[in-house]
Every structure is written in C-alpha cells, then in structure tokens.
Design a protein around this ligand. Structure first.
Ligand code: GLY
Length: 400
C-alpha cells in the first residue's frame, strides 16, 4: 500500500515536471514566432520608410497632422538609428535589399565621425557603425567608431568630471543630461577593443559624476544638471520632463540602460546596484501602468489619461534583458518576464503600425518633447531601434 502511494507520488511529481518543461517550451515557441514575425514585418515597413526619405537625409518621425514623414540631416542626434535598425532587421531576415539600404545610409552617416557639436556621438555612430562592425568586422567601420570616440571626448570637462551634453545656450550654462549615459558605450567599447584607454577613464568619471549628482533619493534622475564650470556647482532641471521635481520617463530609461551597460564593461558593483535600484523605481512605481508602457512622465498631470511613451518602454525592455544576465534566480526571471510583457504589448495592434501605415515606422505613440509640442504621440526612430534591439536580445539571450 505504502509502496503504491510513494510510486504514485513520484509519478505525479514527474508528470508535473514534464508539464512545466512543456509549458516553458510552448511559451518560448510563441515568443520565437512573435519575434520572427516582427522582423519580417519590419523589413517591409522599413522598405516603405526608405522610399519616404531623400537619399541624403535620415527619418525622424511621421507628423500626425500632415501625415508626412519628417526627416533630418545626419547631424541630428537620431541619425544613427535608421541604419542601426536596418542592420538588426537584416541580421534576423537575411534580406539583401535591407542590407543594401543599410549600407547606403551608413555611407551618408560616416562623415559625422568628426562631429563635435554635441554629446550624441554614441547614438549617432555606435548604434549605426557599432552594429555594422559587430556583423561584418570591416576595419574601416572600426576606424569610424574610433574617430567618433575621439570626437566625443573633446566635450569632456575635467573640472566637473563630465562630458558636456549641449553647448551653452539661452537656458543652460554647461548642461549635462542623463541621456549622456548612453553615449558612454562608444567610449568603453573603443578602449576595450584596442583604442585609447583615456576614453574608458572619461566614461567612468562621467558615470561616477552622474551617480553622485544626477540621482534623487528615490533613484529617479533629473533630466539636466546645469553646471557652473568655475565652481563645480550645479542646478537640477527637467527640460523634457513635466517639471523640475518630476521623473521624465525616457530619462529614467536612458539612465537605467546606461548603468546596466556600465556594469557590462567595468564590472563595478556600484553600477549594478544602481541599475537594480532604477529597475525597482520603474517596475514598482505606482504610476507604472499594468501593461508596463510608461506615461511620458511618471508625474504627468493627467494620469491615467496622460500619453504613454512607447520609446521609453522599448529602452526599458532592452535594458531589462541585459540586467537579467547579471542577476540570478527569481530576480533575473522577473526582469525577463517584464521585458517580455513590454515586447508583447508593443507588438500588439495598440502600438504596432498596420503594414503599409505609419510612414513605414514600426511603433506608434512615442513622445518626443511633450511641453514643446514636438513629436508628441508619434513614431520615433529610437522607439523602433530599441524595440528591435530588445527582440534581438530576447532571441539571442533568452531563447538560445
Ligand atoms: N536624447 C533626447 C531624448 O531622449 O529626447
């Protein structure tokens, strides 16, 4: 009798275990199908987008009043996202037409390796040429990346141990913005791949100043710190956020992704702890909607009717997947689950454009600069880029 009960219990446990594996595999299969489908759709959308952009320009957004694609020159901070997105799409579809478009766009972007007019060289040159070099290992692309890192470093201000983001203007003296954390990847990569070691030092100094000065006690960040270069004093502001006390969502996303990336290169535990703390701020925030697509500002005045920002969601989804690699057990799984939830929501008809619509952009409902009424509730090239990157990472890191 006792033997039968024991045998039956073992059988039940065994069947439960097999069932759990089966369930996990089915879940992964669904995700694999979704991601493959998204990349195929993206190839068609981006062929359409290519037709809407003159050969010497880059796409910016689709104006929701005129229904026309707006474009920029290659000095605009977002110019690297189009070629970068095309390269992710090519990587997952092997579509030669997409590769040809990517090469054509990289060719017009290349000259910006010498640009020193702002801090956005990482976005511009690493999201584009960084991906190109990762895929094709062409020495000329590495040269472009190395030169861009040297250009970015000209903006380093040793007095404040930070890279100056924008030039002095009517609003700011020496502005350093949280977005700048993203551009450090360019510097760290170059130092790690045979380049000048001072770039790594600059990146570490900048990240340490950001950690010390940009963050509030609740692990939210100001958008801008305006420094006085003589005294080193600074004032915290929220240029693109709702007000100086609020938490602008994309800024929180940039900081989160940036500190996670810092840990990849430097392996300093304080960066990992910072990334975890920001993750908690984001994931546990009372104003984070259940579907995990943040309002454009965590303190936007008309929540729950405030606009969502799909671009902040994409950046968070991609950053969470990287953080899951540096953590373990339940914690790591919770980051993967949150990222998956975001990807699935962005791939739903609420956020994803119908084929042939949205000017060729993938995602709808990004918020560029709300208070300036610029690019509000419109597609954004970086929303698409980090959405594609998140799916690329999910496939490479979770499904393989
Ligand atoms: N880097 C500018 C923005 O996130 O809008």
């Amino acid at each position: 009798m006792k033997l039968t009960i024991a045998r039956n219990s073992i059988l039940v446990v065994f069947l439960l275990f097999v069932g759990m594996i089966g369930y996990g595999q089915a879940g992964n299969k669904d995700m694999e199908k979704l991601i493959d489908q998204q990349f195929k759709l993206a190839a068609n959308q981006y062929k359409l987008l290519e037709k809407n952009v003159p050969d010497s320009m880059m796409p910016k957004t689709l104006n929701n009043k005129t229904n026309k694609v707006e474009v920029s020159n290659t000095k605009w901070w977002c110019s690297g996202f189009f070629p970068g997105s095309l390269l992710y799409i090519y990587e997952h579809t092997n579509d030669q037409e997409i590769l040809n478009i990517a090469k054509k766009r990289l060719a017009i972007q290349e000259k910006e390796k010498h640009y020193t007019g702002n801090h956005d060289l990482g976005f511009m040159m690493y999201c584009s040429f960084g991906n190109a070099y990762r895929l094709f290992k062409n020495p000329a692309d590495k040269n472009t990346i190395d030169t861009a890192a040297a250009s970015l470093t000209t903006r380093y201000r040793p007095q404040i141990k930070s890279i100056q983001s924008w030039n002095k203007n009517q609003n700011f003296n020496c502005p350093v913005i949280i977005d700048n954390m993203m551009n450090l990847e360019l510097l760290l990569w170059v130092s790690q791949n045979g380049g000048d070691q001072r770039f790594r030092e600059v990146a570490i100094n900048h990240a340490n100043s950001t950690l010390k000065n940009h963050y509030r006690a609740d692990h939210s960040a100001f958008h801008v710190l305006d420094y006085n270069l003589e005294t080193g004093n600074f004032v915290g502001k929220n240029h693109q956020g709702f007000n100086d006390a609020s938490a602008w969502s994309r800024g929180q996303a940039w900081g989160f992704y940036g500190f996670t990336m810092m840990y990849r290169f430097v392996k300093d535990e304080k960066y990992l702890q910072q990334a975890r703390d920001i993750a908690q701020f984001l994931l546990k925030h009372p104003n984070m909607p259940a579907d995990m697509i943040p309002y454009w500002d965590f303190n936007a005045p008309n929540i729950p009717n405030a606009l969502r920002d799909a671009s902040a969601a994409s950046i968070i989804a991609s950053g969470l997947l990287e953080l899951s690699r540096y953590t373990s057990g339940k914690e790591s799984k919770s980051y993967v689950a949150a990222s998956r939830k975001i990807i699935e929501k962005l791939a739903s008809e609420e956020y994803l454009a119908k084929p042939g619509e949205n000017g060729g952009f993938l995602l709808k409902h990004g918020v560029g600069f709300f208070l300036a009424n610029s690019e509000v509730d419109q597609p954004l090239t970086y929303g698409d880029y980090y959405f594609l990157e998140a799916m690329h990472r999910y496939k490479e890191w979770v499904l393989k």
